[in-house]
Design a binder for this molecule. Structure first.
Ligand code: EPU
Length: 419
């Protein structure tokens, strides 16, 4: 069992750099299958999820050569398999992006049903609806998803639900469909735009990414490309929330400030001072935090992936905050009880948590039930009196690049131990 030992009540000072965006990388790496050639990727986050995707590519016949910790050459010209090995794909949700890219390349795919973070039911009906409208047949048997097509045809697809995953997966297939595909009610997250930019740099014809409607004119051939992945909005937001909770003064580098507006505005409301530069954001927190209200929603709204981290800030703020979740209703259950064991006062009623601020949190043994919940518990530990043990940190390591090294450089007292 791996755990983190966090000695709290230290303020954070210094500079930290956000890595490449996890949720862009986990789409772009499977997208390289469409290239039938050599892609050079830079600013790839050095996390378990990207390593696992590289293993899947290698197992299917591609070559992946790491040029540095955060860059790699991926050559998919030798990739022959349209089945992603179950033992690898079952561990992570984003392995299902291979359905879209393998369908586009081979007209068939076999991938396990999605694993990944466990915060309630996460259906894939909108992915299936999109693939079927493009002319694929989908079967789910024994935990595996099989997709087959005689040839993908462009289609008009209206998603019933705004979904990051469905938008990405259907885009991956549609770039190789014949004719025009129009996707409506799509997700607008920065990683959707980044994937579209990557595919366009491979020769795809995608317009409108970042708006509600994406138009894709299918092409016969896509080629290799060199591409640098955007910075991680949520990683940067996590460090901003950390300094807001602990107090201190931190410059978060390698950010796109536009992507951070939904987060900066809330942290400012709570009393943090935020100074925005071209590609960096300084967060300073000296006084007491104030209560606020937050409702999560798809981009450009406040991200659900920052819900848990802002809840820690609310727990330490003066007054009563309200936090409403509109994407994953059960996400509160991943960490609120753990925060309460550290002294937080949180009442959950359906989609809303009422958080009554307390003077201080205190150290406890807590369990990370998912990636962002784990990050929030680390922040809680940093701001608490005493020592916190965060157990089950494999979730955190899936998605945060060198979390311990980056926090230690800011003055945090945090170490990883293995029983
Ligand atoms: N949904 C459906 N049907 C579908 C797909 C989604 O009903 O076919 C629902 C979901 O149940 C949810 C909502 O639509 O209520 C939005 O889900 P979405 O598909 O947007 O989420 P996702 O693609 O499964 C990605 C991120 C998550 C992030 C969400 C929301 C990746 C690999 N994962 O998940 O990231 O929380 O979008 O922004 O991109 C994380 O990074 O910690 C993480 C969990």
């Amino acid at each position: 069992m791996k755990k983190l030992i966090v000695n709290g009540a230290e303020q954070l000072y210094g500079e930290v750099s956000s890595g490449g965006a996890k949720n862009a990388a986990v789409a772009i790496i499977p997208a390289t299958v469409l290239a039938r050639g050599r892609c050079v990727l830079e600013n790839v986050p050095d996390i378990h999820d990207t390593e696992l995707l590289f293993s899947m590519l290698r197992a299917m016949g591609a070559t992946v050569e790491k040029l540095s910790r955060t860059s790699a050459i991926i050559d998919t010209s030798t990739l022959t398999e349209s089945t992603v090995p179950y033992e690898l794909s079952k561990h992570m949700r984003a392995s299902y992006y291979f359905i879209g890219s393998l369908l586009g390349r081979f007209g068939q795919a076999c991938v396990s049903m999605p694993g990944g973070c466990n915060f309630g039911v996460r259906p894939i009906d909108q992915h299936i609806k999109g693939f079927e409208l493009l002319g694929a047949e989908i079967r789910i048997e024994n935990g595996l998803i099989y997709a087959d097509t005689e040839g993908l045809q462009g289609a008009h697809i209206y998603f019933d639900q705004v979904s990051v995953g469905a938008t990405i997966n259907v885009m991956l297939a549609a770039v190789k469909a014949s004719g025009m595909t129009v996707l409506e009610n799509v997700a607008k997250e920065p990683h959707i735009v980044d994937l579209a930019n990557f595919l366009n740099s491979m020769g795809a014809d995608i317009r409108g990414a970042g708006t509600d409607v994406i138009k894709i004119r299918g092409v016969d051939v896509l080629h290799g490309t060199d591409y640098s992945i955007i910075p991680d909005q949520i990683e940067a937001g996590t460090y901003m929330a950390a300094v807001t909770a602990t107090g201190g003064n931190v410059l978060v580098q390698n950010v796109i400030p536009k992507h951070m507006e939904c987060i900066t505005s809330k942290l400012e409301e709570m009393g943090a001072k935020v100074i925005v530069f071209d590609d960096a954001i300084r967060v300073i927190r000296t006084g007491k935090l104030r209560w606020t209200t937050v409702k999560t929603s798809p981009y450009p709204g406040f991200p659900t992936d920052m819900q848990a981290q802002v809840c820690v800030c609310m727990s330490l703020a003066k007054g009563t905050s309200r936090l409403t979740e509109s994407v994953y209703e059960t996400r509160f259950f991943g960490y609120c009880a753990e925060l309460e064991s550290m002294g937080a006062n949180i009442k959950i009623n359906g989609k809303t948590a009422t958080v009554v601020g307390v003077e201080e949190l205190y150290g406890a043994t807590v369990f990370a039930h998912d990636l962002r919940a784990g990050a929030a518990l680390v922040i809680a530990g940093l701001s608490a009196q005493g020592t916190t043990q965060v157990e089950d940190i494999h979730y955190v390591e899936r998605g945060y690049e060198d979390l311990i090294g980056k926090l230690t450089a800011l003055g945090a007292d945090i170490r990883r131990v293995e029983d």
